[in-house]
Design a binder for this molecule. Structure first.
Ligand SMILES: C[S@@+](CC[C@H](N)C(=O)[O-])C[C@H]1O[C@@H](n2cnc3c(N)ncnc32)[C@H](O)[C@@H]1O
Length: 369
């Protein structure tokens, strides 16, 4: 039989504690141990203290300190939540007595008096749901990606690399748009999302399918560095098609040099050759997976689809996948490839922007399906 109480608590937590960021629980018994096991995996409010008349005997539960009701000191909280099902009425009266004028919330108001039977199977996965600070969401990534400051930083980064006519055309466009539209200008391309995600999430393991002259790698690295990342381990897969986008496609030595110009001192693992031949074996041996993956290599319909489906299973929880060119005039099918590959996947948040440049899509894996 399914134990529905965790669901109940989650709903009550959301509904009755709206507007609260920090709360204290009143009562430090078994109910509180059980309750913390549920709410510590949920969105705010955060439980910052437990109050109990027996604070001299119980010091902490699940990492939260137990204090005597008169000993709140400078602990700040927005409400006191009564934490008992067997003695809710009694603890409610005591909480009101100890915290006159403060907001005191009941969890079981409107129900017949407890205790309630909380045995039974927990709904699968309820205790593994990531909290809001564990997974950055795409709305936040897109906000940072779209900001003018991100483009200014990319202009600065790319201008320190070997000149590239294609990249120069885009960065000149950035500069003109900023001077014309000002700080309200919003624009998101592959480099912007990579920079933004890396700055916010500080990925360690980055897999890039399609590196060319290193600009997407540089964007991810710059975001990671600006976000204060400590370790960055990129893997770049490219078959270095000669003259790609009308410029020399210099391969590992050239890309390593590009990154050195930016101050990157770590090492880059190169998979030089066709992604379709190299990725399957490589990913099988990389059980740890990746925090950030870019798919921007083979632009044929079947090739891009194969790359996407190949890498999906290697994205870690909280990781982001970026897929470029969903509205490219020469590869009009890539948007469809993206949608066919991503639609209906449980636990993934997706983003599509066909408007800017040649179109960009991204997805964050926020939950195991
Ligand atoms: C669009 S460019 C990558 C641009 C890079 N992501 C950036 O934004 O700076 C595509 C790259 O994919 C490579 N490529 C094309 N087909 C490939 C394949 N089947 N396997 C590996 N690399 C491939 C090309 O050599 C080229 O360098």
């Amino acid at each position: 039989m399914l134990n529905f109480w965790p669901f109940y608590i989650r709903e009550v937590w959301r509904a009755r504690l709206q507007g609260c960021n920090r709360i204290a629980l009143f009562g430090a018994g078994e109910h509180t141990r059980w309750l913390l096991g549920i709410v510590q995996n949920l969105a705010p409010p955060e439980v910052v203290a437990l109050f109990d008349d027996a604070a001299d005997r119980i010091r902490e539960i699940r990492g939260v300190a137990v204090l005597p009701p008169g000993g709140a000191g400078d602990v700040e909280f927005d409400a006191v939540v009564v934490s008992s099902d067997a003695q809710e009425e009694k603890l409610l009266a005591r909480a009101r007595e100890c915290f006159p004028g403060r907001r005191v919330v009941r969890l079981y108001e409107g129900l017949p008096p407890g205790p309630y039977d909380k045995q039974g199977e927990l709904p699968a996965g309820i205790d593994t749901l990531p909290g809001p600070a564990e997974t950055v969401n795409l709305e936040t990534v897109v906000q940072v990606a779209g900001a003018v400051e991100t483009k200014q930083r990319l202009i600065e980064v790319f201008h320190r690399m070997e000149p590239d006519p294609y990249v120069r055309r885009i960065t000149d466009g950035y500069a003109r748009a900023i001077s014309r539209f000002g700080p309200a200008w919003r624009y998101v391309d592959l480099w912007c999302v990579l920079y933004a995600y890396a700055r916010l999430a500080r990925p360690v393991r980055y897999l890039e399918v399609g590196t060319r002259r290193g600009h997407s790698l540089a964007a991810a690295w710059a975001g990671w560095a600006d976000g204060g990342g400590r370790e960055f381990a990129p893997v770049c897969c490219d078959c270095w098609v000669t003259g790609y986008a009308g410029t020399e496609n210099g391969g590992p030595t050239f890309v390593t040099g590009q990154m050195k110009r930016l101050g990157f001192e770590g090492s880059i693992e190169f998979l030089s050759g066709s992604s379709h031949e190299l990725l399957p074996g490589f990913l099988r041996s990389s059980a740890a997976g990746f925090d950030l993956i870019t798919v921007d290599g083979d632009h044929s319909r079947e090739g891009a689809r194969a790359d996407l489906l190949e890498v999906l299973g290697s994205l870690r929880l909280g990781g982001m996948l970026a897929f470029d060119d969903i509205n490219h005039p020469q590869h009009g099918y890539l948007g469809q490839v993206w949608r066919e590959s991503m639609t209906g996947r449980c636990g993934w948040e997706t983003y599509e922007n066909p408007r800017d440049a040649t179109g960009i899509a991204a997805a964050i894996r926020y939950r195991r399906a």
